[in-house]
Design a protein around this ligand. Structure first.
Ligand SMILES: NC(=O)c1ccc[n+]([C@@H]2O[C@H](COP(=O)([O-])OP(=O)(O)OC[C@H]3O[C@@H](n4cnc5c(N)ncnc54)[C@H](OP(=O)(O)O)[C@@H]3O)[C@@H](O)[C@H]2O)c1
Length: 184
């Protein structure tokens, strides 16, 4: 916080559960304490599967504000998102554009983008918003950063959302939370 020049953080997340270390429940207790001390406004987690979430909630009675997980239309993780919604946990999508790879060339996405006069990235970002995900696309290109925000002037129809749900599942681009050990 000294480095950030801040007295208080808005949101602080546990990056990975790292089950191999079995320290995430204790870490969550420390997060709860920091929030109680007024150092942090909201506390959350990242890359937590439902059993990890159940464990920290059972141990402390404190529900995270956010779970930031890998989500893109070809890896929707709807089961985790649904469960979180039931608990009032916001789902935030990382690698939302599928890391700018093959997903952007997907024919269904291209077709929907053309119908709206938008880019494939716009369609994907709109899919996240309409799926009720917080979305954090990355770009180092100023023009793309400016363009990517332009997602509030159009809406995907229910038929288009259904068509996007038919994109074949490709699996994860990043590590599996149950196996990720941060090099431990
Ligand atoms: N919690 C976690 O464990 C975790 C893990 C991974 C990532 N994240 C977070 O998630 C955020 C985003 O994820 P990410 O960077 O992995 O993937 P991403 O946002 O899905 O994709 C980023 C890539 O997409 C390209 N891109 C952006 N806008 C585009 C557009 N309009 N058209 C075409 N290409 C476009 C970017 O290239 P250019 O830069 O050339 O535009 C970049 O290569 C990151 O900021 C990171 O902090 C969190």
């Amino acid at each position: 916080m000294k480095k950030l020049g801040l007295e208080k953080l808005d949101l602080y997340l546990i990056h990975w559960p790292v089950p191999k270390k079995d320290a995430y429940v204790d870490t969550w207790r420390a997060f709860v304490k920091l929030r109680e001390e007024g150092r942090i406004r909201s506390i959350g987690v990242s890359n937590f599967n439902v059993p990890h979430l159940e464990r920290i909630i059972d141990a402390t009675g404190v529900v995270p504000s956010v779970n930031q997980i890998e989500i893109h239309p070809d890896f929707p993780q709807s089961d985790v998102g649904e469960w979180c919604r039931g608990q009032g946990i916001a789902t935030e999508s990382w690698s939302p554009l599928g890391q700018g790879g093959e997903l952007l060339k997907q024919p269904i996405i291209k077709q929907i983008a053309d119908a709206h006069g938008k880019t494939p990235a716009h369609v994907i970002l709109r899919w996240h918003l309409q799926s009720r995900h917080i979305v954090i696309p990355r770009s180092k290109n100023a023009a793309r950063i400016a363009a990517n925000i332009d997602v509030f002037t159009f809406e995907l129809t229910p038929a288009e959302m259904k068509a996007l749900a038919t994109i074949p599942a490709t699996g994860r681009l990043g590590p599996d939370p149950d196996k990720m050990d941060m090099g431990a």
